[in-house]
Design a binder for this molecule. Structure first.
Ligand SMILES: Cc1cc2nc3c(=O)[nH]c(=O)nc-3n(C[C@H](O)[C@H](O)[C@H](O)COP(=O)(O)O)c2cc1C
Length: 180
């Protein structure tokens, strides 16, 4: 089995990014998918003072352990004002304080989606830039525009051209896991 950890970088209970991350992770052949919910990792807003007073939050350590236990990581980013959701940014800040090699140098597939035609491209660009610099392994990327139009729970990505593009990128992600 290939261990994939996946999450939508959103705290919405109906997150479209969580749906896309779950779909993507389950496209990996023989995947054992560990789908995380950011609501299970809600911590105080990171501050250096809180860290000095109480140390690294135990949920931060737990989150990092899930990443490091996986063979590959799938994240789909919600775009909030052109950037990360607060829920994700807070977790990112906490886990970044738990020592080097935050993301475990695993192959990554980073995605984004939104209701609009840009599909969260701004946050995806931000995430790919940052996480590529923090990872010695390959980072793949895909943005799905107009989620409601182009995705269905039963069939996944419904638009043929987008589906074909997605599958090419998925293949690259799977090859990278196989060769790691
Ligand atoms: C505070 C806030 C800011 C947002 N900013 C953006 C934005 O900059 N660009 C965008 O495409 N959508 C933006 N949206 C719309 C989100 O793309 C939309 O809520 C989407 O459902 C988020 O994904 P999720 O369902 O996974 O949480 C914003 C939504 C909220 C609540």
């Amino acid at each position: 089995m290939t261990k994939i950890v996946a999450f939508g970088a959103s705290s919405s209970k109906t997150s479209m990014n969580k749906k896309l991350a779950n779909f993507t992770a389950n496209q990996v052949p023989n995947a054992a998918v560990n789908l995380l919910d950011l609501n299970d990792y809600e911590m105080p807003i990171y501050s250096i003072d809180k860290e000095m007073e109480s140390g690294i939050h135990p949920l931060s350590t737990k989150f990092r352990e899930q990443l490091h236990a996986a063979d590959g990581i799938v994240i789909s980013f919600a775009e909030h004002n052109g950037a990360y959701s607060s829920a994700f940014k807070n977790i990112f800040d906490w886990i970044s304080r738990g020592g080097p090699n935050i993301w475990g140098n695993k192959p990554m597939f980073l995605l984004s989606t939104s209701p609009g035609p840009r599909g969260g491209q701004s946050v995806l660009e931000l995430a790919v830039g940052k996480l590529s610099r923090m990872n010695t392994n390959d980072v793949q990327q895909f943005s799905l525009p107009e989620f409601e139009k182009n995705f269905s729970t039963d069939s996944g990505i419904t638009d043929d051209a987008l589906r074909q593009k997605f599958e090419g990128i998925l293949d690259a992600f799977v090859s990278c896991i196989t060769n790691s």
